[in-house]
Write a protein that binds this ligand. Structure first.
Ligand code: PLP
Length: 398
């Protein structure tokens, strides 16, 4: 008899995006004349930067020649990409060793897989609203989860509560879904709290490249002492349009050590290396060459142009909401706009209103957690024309 994992029965059906798709399909069938504008998408829409494509084409060519063909690569990634990342991090003052960087097929996989190296007795602290992967991957392990509330009175940036005992803490900044970004002072408080509790922070920096404000931290390792209590997960998905190409990286500092329940001290860097070499065979050479190109001066220039395009979309949406006196978070240093539903509407009520009255699709905030009720997520990833049209529609009808 094969028993299956009972914890899966505790997962809530992830009906958010399918429910959205159903409602949009029904509306579109009933109103074929309406051009629907999708501001719900969390996927990029601009193509890969030309230097990235060239690098991948060149690498594909190498794969077809006996002398330069590559088979299995190092599970933790090629040195050339580690070196590019070491230099990238140095650009915002973070000094890393190559061996602290692990290349992966994206931050979602790492968010889930990192749970392997922690004991299931750990108490997990997650924000609400939240990127659902943190929650579901820990529910799958049957772990105790404690929520910290994101609310307007803390600018959707929950801070440590000394009376709450937590072992693993998920932080995401710039945040999905709220677009809120922690300051250095706030992250300093989190690092102090984690060190006091001997906890580990899992810091999701998937949107770091959207940060323009130089006073805001792009990495948790900009904070003193973070190397002794944090792991950083990052991704090229939004930075460089790699959502379909798949490449991310996780930084596990050499200083980071914690004990097993029987008191043996282990290096998390060594554990993660062991985990990856056992269960993962690395990211394709071609993709890693494309990723390397992102960090060249020309790659940075081209990727930053795409980011600027999305950021302008975010600015336009934010401006339209401001003109209507609607409270929102994010939109700056982030591709997400987290708006309060007008007139006290609930998230799904506003979804229906927006679709029916304006032909605009967004994402109901309640889908990201109980604290998201009454809130709504718009994204900056649509095309400029569609975003401008959406902004016009907001002006006319809200
Ligand atoms: N982390 C956050 C906060 C995200 O919003 C996403 C994607 O939407 C990811 C991680 C996943 O990124 P990847 O495409 O690298 O798996």
């Amino acid at each position: 008899m094969a028993w299956v994992n009972e914890n899966y029965t505790a997962l809530q059906d992830s009906y958010l995006f399918s429910q959205v798709a159903h409602k949009v399909a029904d509306y579109s069938a009933a109103h074929p004349e309406t051009k629907i504008i999708r501001l719900g998408i969390g996927d990029v829409t601009l193509p890969l930067a030309p230097v990235v494509v060239e690098a991948m084409q060149k690498a594909a060519g190498e794969m077809g020649v006996k002398e330069s063909f590559r088979g299995y690569g190092p599970e933790q990634g090629y040195d050339f990409l580690h070196e590019a990342l070491v230099e990238y991090y140095a650009g915002f003052g973070v000094i890393l060793a190559s061996s602290e960087i692990f290349i992966s097929d994206g931050a979602k996989s790492d968010c889930g897989n990192i749970t392997d190296i922690f004991d299931d007795a750990n108490v997990i602290l997650v924000p609400d609203p939240v990127y659902p992967v943190y929650l579901d991957t820990n529910i799958m392990r049957g772990r105790k989860i404690v929520f910290m509330e994101g609310r307007p009175d803390n600018d959707f940036l929950p801070m440590p509560d000394p009376s709450v005992k937590a072992d693993i803490i998920y932080l995401c900044s710039p945040n999905n879904p709220t677009g809120a970004v922690y300051s250095k002072e706030q992250l300093t408080e989190w690092v102090a709290y984690a060190r006091k509790q001997d906890a580990v922070i899992l810091f999701d920096a998937a949107y770091e490249a959207f940060i323009d404000d130089p006073s805001l931290p792009r990495s948790i390792f900009e904070i003193e002492g973070a190397k002794e209590c944090a792991i950083e997960l990052c991704s090229l998905s939004k930075t460089a349009g790699f959502t379909g190409t798949r490449c991310g990286y996780t930084v596990v500092p050499l200083e980071l050590k914690r004990k097993t329940r029987t008191g043996k001290e282990l290096s998390l860097n060594k554990m993660w290396l062991r985990r990856q070499t056992t269960k993962f065979n690395g990211v394709p050479y071609i993709v890693q060459r494309g990723a390397e190109a992102v960090f060249t001066p020309e790659g940075q220039k081209q990727c930053r142009e795409n980011l600027a395009y999305y950021k302008e979309n975010a600015r336009l949406i934010g401006k339209a909401l401001e003109e209507k006196g609607i409270l929102y978070y994010g939109g700056k240093n982030s591709p997400y706009i987290w708006m309060q539903c007008p007139k006290g509407m609930k998230s799904w009520e506003f979804f229906d209103y927006l679709l029916e009255k304006l032909g605009i699709v967004g994402t109901p905030g309640s889908g990201f957690g109980a604290m998201g009720e009454g809130w709504f997520r718009l994204t900056a990833f649509a095309g400029r024309e569609a975003t401008e049209e959406a902004v016009e529609r907001f002006r006319r009808l809200l």
